[in-house]
Ligand binder design. Structure first.
Ligand code: DAK
Length: 259
């Protein structure tokens, strides 16, 4: 594992690969280096067969208060094109292992977009989500208008994006943005406990379920059903399917290997 990261902390806890955003002086503002480090850590976990679930959190007062405004304040449009800066974000969305986010404090702008790249979200009672880009004369560019709208529908997405207003953890729970709302003191404990539960499920089932659910967001029911069926067939070519069904018949716990 690469331990030379500057903007994040990375650790392994059993079957969990943990990434913690760590630029606390600027509320974990996401600069280019941080995105590249998150991607490198995630791709490392993706290749590590012992890691089953990735957990993403932030140190200090925030999950992340957005992209680093100081870094992009003087950027010109062509700079984004030349740097092809969105490619790292695109690669984050291609991670196949489940990602669980633990959000405390601010998840704003790019921080909210990063949270929306997670498959499941746990949030502390002090969490605040939002897209304040409109106050800066810009708009979300790393999937915010798309992922939020697909998640909550046009009505609330438009309101939150037009106003930049913050969404409380309670509202986020109400609108299905987060899975669980817990007190700040137990946020990591509860997230890790849940992640460990997912980590003990059959890894290939989890992988193909993730792929199928993400597909459902984008395609017609007919196309989605076809996609689901192919993944369903595929799992019958795995050792874990044999093991899972044999364990049921033998009335014991299955021992899944991800094969
Ligand atoms: N960038 C840089 N520094 C930030 C920051 C940010 N997004 N957010 C906070 N900080 C810094 C503050 O400047 C301050 O630094 P010092 O003054 O101490 O040096 C320190 O963090 C503590 O912040 P505050 O003193 O402001 O703390 P408060 O509790 O008073 O306020 C706040 C917290 C979160 C309400 C406030 O800091 C705030 O409004 N922050 C900015 C929030 C924001 O507008 N975020 C959206 C940024 S735009 C892209 C991908 C994505 C994006 C762009 C491009 N590509 C792939 C190309 C996304 C764009 C955005 O996210």
């Amino acid at each position: 594992m690469n331990n030379s990261y500057e903007c994040i902390e990375v650790s392994i806890d059993g079957k969990l690969g943990c990434i913690t955003l760590n630029r606390t002086k600027v509320l974990n503002a996401i600069n280019r280096q941080m995105v590249s480090e998150i991607l490198s850590a995630m791709e490392g976990f993706e290749e590590n067969e012992h890691i089953r679930v990735i957990v993403l959190s932030g140190n200090g007062r925030a999950f992340a208060a957005g992209a680093d405004i100081d870094e992009m304040a003087t950027d010109e449009a062509i700079d984004f094109e030349v740097r092809n800066q969105f490619k790292d974000w695109d690669r984050l969305a291609m991670i196949k292992k489940p990602i669980i986010g633990a959000v405390q404090g601010y998840a704003l702008g790019g921080g909210f977009e990063l949270a929306l790249c997670c498959d499941l979200l746990f949030a502390a009672d002090d969490a605040e989500f939002g897209f304040p880009e409109v106050n800066l004369g810009v708009m979300p560019g790393a999937g915010g208008t798309q992922r939020l709208t697909k998640l909550v529908g046009k009505t609330k997405a438009m309101e939150w994006l037009f106003t930049g207003r913050r969404i409380s953890a309670r509202e986020a729970l109400h609108f299905g943005i987060i899975n669980r709302l817990v007190s700040k003191e137990v946020l990591m404990e509860e997230t890790l406990k849940f992640a460990a539960e997912i980590a003990n499920q059959a890894p290939l089932s989890i992988r193909l379920i993730k792929e199928s659910v993400l597909k459902a967001v984008d395609v017609s029911l007919d196309v989605g059903m076809h996609f689901e069926r192919k993944n369903f067939y595929l799992l019958f070519s795995t050792e874990d399917q044999k093991e899972g069904m044999r364990a049921f018949q033998e009335k014991r716990k299955p021992n899944f290997k991800g094969k």
